[in-house]
Design a protein around this ligand. Structure first.
Ligand code: ADP
Ligand code: MG
Length: 616
């Protein structure tokens, strides 16, 4: 059986088991299964938010509470149908998440999780202090859901609705992860610079993810209210939030199935403890907390991947990823390409750029121009300010003074994602990849700005045409750089030199007007450097403009049309490779600094040593 078929067969068995469960189980077990599914909905949001997106929430139960109270209030105080309660509950939860997200998601480090405790504590307190919400006694007599005259009042009748909604939520989330929006979400962990460089706004991506996780909690809250038919503040407090987080961690933050497995694990264990502990001690409530705390700590120490983490480790290789198949791209219309400026037209103009880091003047009044179809090299000793210059040009850093124009437009004040969308793609001196994503996904991330499908379209699979185009483009760029065979390997498994090549593939997937490369040849072998050189020339012939920082003089002198030389933050000279090589000042600046002994030896062995001094 093919791995994919095996996976589907397993899924089919789980679904069939769940479908016949109510016929075989007693009322209590069916109720427990309902609770498991409701918990899994919340945990699913946490797997996405915390596991995939890297933002920990200790307040998720508050969103369950907002939705539960919203529908409870609408249906009890106003006698509305519970079905109207659903959009109302989701709208309130979504708005609350949007507001909280706007206020807190820019917080870095530990401050974000800390802030989640703050609202996780205060929202249930609010429920307990509002007269309209029944204060600490809560709201009771919430009507059950009805389909026509059929009332879903007992656990058995609402069972299918709950599980179908959970199934749909899982399917939606699964679709999202396999999409343009999902790649951006998976790219969140590891900083916002990479996302910015491909034209995605990390804050917006995180905010969207936060609202999506809250809406899953909201769906759970709506179901909770109409299943239990009674709401009070305590099931939505921080304790409950931590229990949801425990579910996600125990099941496994690495995969969606972890949400269901974790919810089942925690709730079954909790039930077992509630039966067992009273026989051992009178203070069973406190002991239960202790048992969960210990479980949490053991998990964090011994099994970060949770239960499903073990399972995936065991099945790795058994469920092999699909093999690369270029044929599948044959009928796909390629993504639209940008119009490139005519050769010689100004592409980039830097005017009097200044960047200070405290007292250090890293870039001091530097001006230069790059014209369409040129390869311009930026060289200079270590610490000259080249990478900083690139960060200013690409909008990764804001400059203190000066101006940058790109394609005739002032981009000085524009933010990084915006500049990327105008057609500037870059690589980084310190490679920025997502090691836990495949080569293919890393490169597809580069084409982010060439697509437009959002999270909703992805969840409903309305993005398939565009997604196929993006994947075809990613495969094309991988093949172009000789990495097609490894498309499904994880980027983190590549040697550093190859990771640099992968970054170039990602930059090319953006269909750039200007390609900005920071030391792309570092760590490459001689053959690889030659291939890279050939590729860059070919790109120039196709009309792509290239700005490159490179330390390997032999490589750079043969490649570029023009050079800009920097030392100590200032521009020294600018000119053709021959003119720069002959310049006395350049030789003085370079004496012993740019070609470090080890590098000099390397190039000498390679047989084309060209330290500047010797050639002149
Ligand atoms: P190059 O790429 O030419 O080797 P950089 O642009 O990386 O040089 O660095 C130029 C100078 O700015 C160096 O002295 C470096 O230490 C300093 N620098 C670079 N980035 C930062 C930063 N984020 N904060 C403080 N100093 C920095
Ligand atoms: Mg540098």
């Amino acid at each position: 059986m093919k791995p994919r078929h095996r996976q589907l067969a397993l899924l089919g068995m789980v679904v069939a088991g769940l479908a016949i469960a109510p016929a075989l189980l007693g009322n209590f077990a069916v109720s427990l299964l309902n609770d498991v599914a409701i918990g899994a909905l919340v945990a699913l949001g946490l797997v996405l938010l915390t596991g995939v997106g890297g933002a920990t929430s200790f307040g998720q139960a508050a969103f369950v509470g907002i939705a539960a109270y919203a529908t409870a209030w609408l249906t009890t105080a106003h006698g509305m149908s519970p079905w109207l309660g659903l959009p109302f509950a989701l709208a309130l939860t979504g708005l609350a998440a949007l507001a909280i997200g706007l206020l807190t998601l820019r917080l870095g480090g530990h401050f974000l999780p800390l802030s989640t405790i703050a609202w996780g504590l205060s929202i249930p307190l609010l429920f307990g202090n509002m007269d309209a919400l029944g204060r600490h006694t809560g709201l009771s007599n919430i009507p059950p859901l009805r389909i026509g005259s059929w009332s879903l009042v007992d656990p058995r009748s609402i069972y299918y609705l709950i599980w179908i909604l959970l199934g749909l939520a899982c399917l939606f989330s699964h679709n999202v992860l396999q999409s343009r929006a999902g790649r951006a979400i998976r790219g969140l962990r590891g900083g916002s610079t990479l996302l910015g460089s491909v034209g995605a706004d990390a804050f917006r991506v995180r905010l969207t993810l936060f609202v999506m996780a809250a809406l899953l909690a909201g769906l759970a809250g709506w179901l909770y209210a109409h299943t239990n038919r009674f709401v009070s503040p305590s099931p939505f407090d921080v304790r409950a939030s931590i229990e949801y987080l425990l579910m996600a961690v125990a099941g496994g933050l690495g995969q969606l199935s972890g949400a269901l497995v974790g919810s089942a694990l925690v709730l079954v264990l909790k039930n077992g403890l509630q039966d067992l502990l009273p026989q051992l001690t009178a203070r069973s409530g406190q002991l239960e907390g202790v048992v969960f705390a210990v479980l949490f700590i053991v998990l964090l120490h011994e099994a970060r991947g949770g239960l499903m983490g073990f399972v995936t480790r065991w099945t790795r290789g058994r469920f092999a990823p699909p093999a690369h198949d270029a044929l599948q791209d044959a009928g796909i219309e390629p993504l639209a390409r940008r119009a490139l400026p005519a050769p010689g037209e100004p592409v980039l103009a830097v005017k009097g750029a200044v960047k200070r880091f405290g007292g250090l003047l890293a870039v001091n009044n530097v001006s230069f121009e790059v014209r369409a179809g040129e390869i311009v090299g930026l060289i200079g000793p270590n610490g000259a300010g080249k990478s900083t210059m690139f960060n200013l040009v690409t909008g990764t850093l804001a400059m203190n003074a000066g101006r940058v124009e790109f394609l005739g437009r002032d981009i000085t004040q524009l933010r990084q994602p915006h500049i990327a969308r105008l057609g500037m793609a870059r690589t980084f001196q310190h490679v920025k990849l997502r090691p836990h994503m495949s080569l293919l996904d890393n490169v597809a991330l580069g084409a982010h700005a060439r697509g437009s499908a959002g999270l909703m379209a992805a969840g409903l699979r309305l993005d398939r045409r565009e997604e196929a185009q993006i994947m075809a483009e990613a495969r094309r760029q991988l093949a172009r750089l000789g990495l097609a065979e490894r498309a499904h390997e994880l980027a983190g498994s590549l040697p550093l030199g190859t990771q640099r090549i992968l970054e170039i593939a990602r930059a090319l997937a953006a269909d750039p007007v200007l390609l900005v490369l920071d030391e792309p040849a570092a760590g490459l072998r001689r053959k690889e450097k030659q291939a890279l050189s050939g590729l860059l020339r070919k790109l120039r012939d196709e009309g792509v403009t290239i700005l490159i920082v490179e330390h390997d003089m032999a490589f750079v002198m043969k490649l570029v049309d023009r050079l800009v030389v920097m030392t100590f933050g200032s521009k020294l000279v600018e000119g053709t490779p021959a003119a720069v090589r002959a310049n006395v000042e350049v030789q003085a600046a370079y004496l012993g600094s740019v070609i470090e002994p080890s590098e000099a030896r390397q190039t000498a062995v390679a047989g084309n040593a060209m330290p500047l001094g010797k050639v002149a």
